[in-house]
Design a protein around this ligand. Structure first.
Ligand SMILES: O=C([O-])CC(=O)C(=O)O
Ligand SMILES: [Mg+2]
Length: 639
């Protein structure tokens, strides 16, 4: 125990303190992160403070420039965020500094032209801003006007990234209030192009790069990240970025994009989110030869070298952030994705978005589609093109749900699903040569090479594309689906738009307006024979933000399949009659915050039911609780 300003603190409350928190001179109104120290938990406070100040002076240009810095003992709102998902962990001392120019350069606290007259006076902003004071709403309006002037999607993406680095709260308000327009900008499909060009558009660190060079030092690397209290990590090794393949280190755009949705769609505090890219090299020849490539210029490490780096990362994360930090695996290649999930699923709070998140969103879409096509799940037959993470993940969740509904064993319910991979229909005679994750889907049938023939022979009611390869649902394939189905259900899930199995327009015209269609990347409404068809976006973005929120608010320590089923049911329940009448099997993204709260509540309820929740007691109304925990991008007033 040590005591500061009359308050007692356990020694170990210091052991994790590795960042100095700088606050405004007027007590705890806005903290800023400027320097890094790693004091031992058992050291005497005054020594700590001395060392800290010394290091701050050495490390921090902000402090050096600012002669008005003072140190204040005491405990305050050290994170300065608006969310109840915050732990009550406290930092035993705070530092105060003058703000001024550095305040305008800090995206977490900058308000730009929205600083009030009083704030301009008390925070040394006079003269640094033009006289006008805008409110948040006017700033949003201005930014949207600016963005709409860019015709090139990547320009909009870069403008959004600039905004995120300039004024975080404005970025999130803009995104949340214009989610349908801006989701395709900060996320799929534009984020795909951003990753392809990430080397040339890289400006400032948006997440941590952990390469083979950092082997043995990952604990230290994590300490270099300015935020201390991390709740969600999205990590990729860049080997299978969307359907674009191996983009190596440039895959960083994906964790960054996913985490901005965790905040905008799921209400997780931005400072709790950590994007990570593991760089073990790339096998992309073009990138290896590109003089502007930003990653390790070597072919991918495999086997033990790869496993050791991942293992070090997973242990370091748990050691640094505790066992309740959520780790989302994203866009790993099949051969690593399944193994990593199996390896860490029992020791860490992890899920794979491409296997499980996509599965949950597609199952929700299928449940909603049943309202239009009739029958229950077990009466339908599913054919997949693509038997990788997404395909087999979706198939397994469908089989699980079917098994729950009918009581039939999984081995039976799996027989309702067939898969086609690059070698044709997956059949029992191919068993020996199949990768382990494809084996449950090898049923008795003669070999079939082409998708269109598989469609004609199997006669599925639901066709799902998850192969990462575009234009594979040809006219013949869609027409075949429409010959034996009154309303063929077709999912073209591969991303980005260039990799979509077919377009919305193709699905509707080739099926003569009868298809129930959803796609991974967004498509504009289509007019066919005087009728307007709006298709849904079967993208895991519907699920992971709410799933993550549910795990966090319940303090869950593991992800369980039943939580994914609960998330699917919650999402399907949000599809209104009005949506269905338009042929929509997903609710509009405009309502996503409310949807995420409902998903979170169902996921959290499941965590409590399964005994996997640690945040006790269980809140009475989980929806209200989830909503109350969500980050709000409103500006705070700096006294
Ligand atoms: O990122 C997306 O849009 C969906 C996804 O996980 C993928 O395609 O890998
Ligand atoms: Mg993905």
């Amino acid at each position: 125990m040590f005591s500061l300003n009359g308050t007692n603190f356990p020694n170990d409350s210091l052991s994790g303190v590795s960042r100095c928190l700088i606050q405004s001179r007027k007590k705890v109104s806005f903290p800023m992160v400027v320097a890094s120290v790693s004091p031992n938990g058992d050291r005497n406070v005054s020594v700590l403070m001395e060392n800290t100040l010394k290091e701050m002076k050495e490390n921090s240009p902000v402090i050096e420039k600012d002669s008005k810095s003072t140190v204040t003992g005491g405990v305050g709102d050290v994170y300065g965020e608006d969310s109840a998902t915050e732990d009550q962990t406290i930092t035993p001392w705070n530092f105060s500094v003058a703000s001024g120019y550095s305040l305008l350069r800090n995206p977490h606290y900058n308000k730009g032209l929205a600083f009030s007259e009083k704030e301009r006076d008390s925070h040394y902003l006079r003269g640094l801003l033009p006289p006008v004071v805008f409110n948040h709403e006017l700033q949003v309006k201005k930014l949207m006007n600016n963005l709409r002037q860019y015709d090139v999607p990547l320009q909009r993406y870069m403008a959004m990234m600039d905004l995120q680095e300039r004024n975080e709260r404005l970025f999130y308000k803009l995104l949340m209030e214009n989610v349908e327009e801006l989701l395709p900008v900060v996320y799929t499909p534009t984020v795909g192009e951003a990753c392809q060009k990430y080397g040339s558009i890289f400006r400032r660190p948006q997440g941590l790069f952990i390469s083979l060079k950092e082997k043995g030092k990952i604990l230290e690397v994590l300490k270099n990240w300015p935020e201390k209290k991390i709740q969600v990590i999205v990590v990729t090794d860049g080997e299978r970025i969307l359907g674009l393949g191996d983009l190596g280190c440039q895959g960083m755009g994906i964790p960054v994009g996913k985490l901005s949705l965790y905040t905008a769609l799921g209400g997780i505090r931005p400072s709790s989110c950590l994007p990570v890219t593991i760089d073990v090299g790339t096998n992309n020849e073009k990138l290896l030869k590109d003089e502007f490539y930003i990653g390790l210029r070597q072919r991918r490490a495999r086997g033990q070298e790869y496993a050791e780096l991942l293992d070090e990362f997973m242990s370091a994360v748990k050691q640094t952030y505790g066992e309740k930090v959520l780790i989302q695996f994203e866009d790993f290649a099949n051969h690593n994705a399944f193994d990593l999930l199996a390896k860490y699923g029992t020791s860490h709070l992890v899920f794979n978005d491409d296997i499980q998140g996509t599965a949950s969103v597609v199952l929700a879409g299928i449940m909603a589609a049943l309202n239009l096509v009739g029958g229950n799940l077990a009466q339908h037959k599913f054919l997949f093109l693509g038997a990788g993470e997404a395909g087999t993940g979706i198939a397994e969740l469908i089989a699980l749900e079917m098994s729950k509904q009918t009581g039939a064993p999984l081995e039976e319910t799996r027989k309702r699903t067939w898969m086609v991979d690059s070698k044709g229909l997956i059949v029992r005679s191919r068993m020996e040569s199949l990768q382990h994750f494809k084996r449950p889907w090898a049923h008795d049938h003669e070999p079939v090479k082409e998708l269109v023939n598989a469609v004609k022979l199997i006669k599925p009611t639901v066709l799902i594309g998850s192969s990462g390869t575009g234009k594979t649902f040809t006219k013949e394939v869609v027409q075949a689906m429409a010959t034996f189905n009154k309303k063929p259900v077709i999912f073209a899930l591969s991303n980005p738009t260039s990799q979509s199995e077919c377009t919305a327009e193709e699905a509707y015209t080739w099926s003569e307006g009868r298809a129930i269609f959803a796609s991974g990347s967004p498509f504009a409404p289509v007019e066919y024979k005087g009728k307007v068809f709006v298709s849904g976006q079967g993208n895991n973005a519907y699920i992971f933000p709410g799933l993550g929120l549910g795990l966090i608010i319940s303090g869950a320590i593991r992800v369980h399949d039943d939580m994914l089923l609960a998330a699917s049911e919650a999402l399907a329940a949000e599809v209104s009659q009005e949506n269905l009448e338009k042929g929509l099997i997903y609710p509009p993204f405009a309502n996503i915050r409310k949807i995420s709260a409902h998903i979170a509540a169902k996921v959290a309820a499941k965590a409590y039911e399964l005994g996997l929740a640690t945040r006790l007691p269980q809140p009475e109304n989980l929806v209200t609780y989830a909503e109350s925990c969500m980050y709000s991008p409103s500006y705070r007033s700096y006294r």
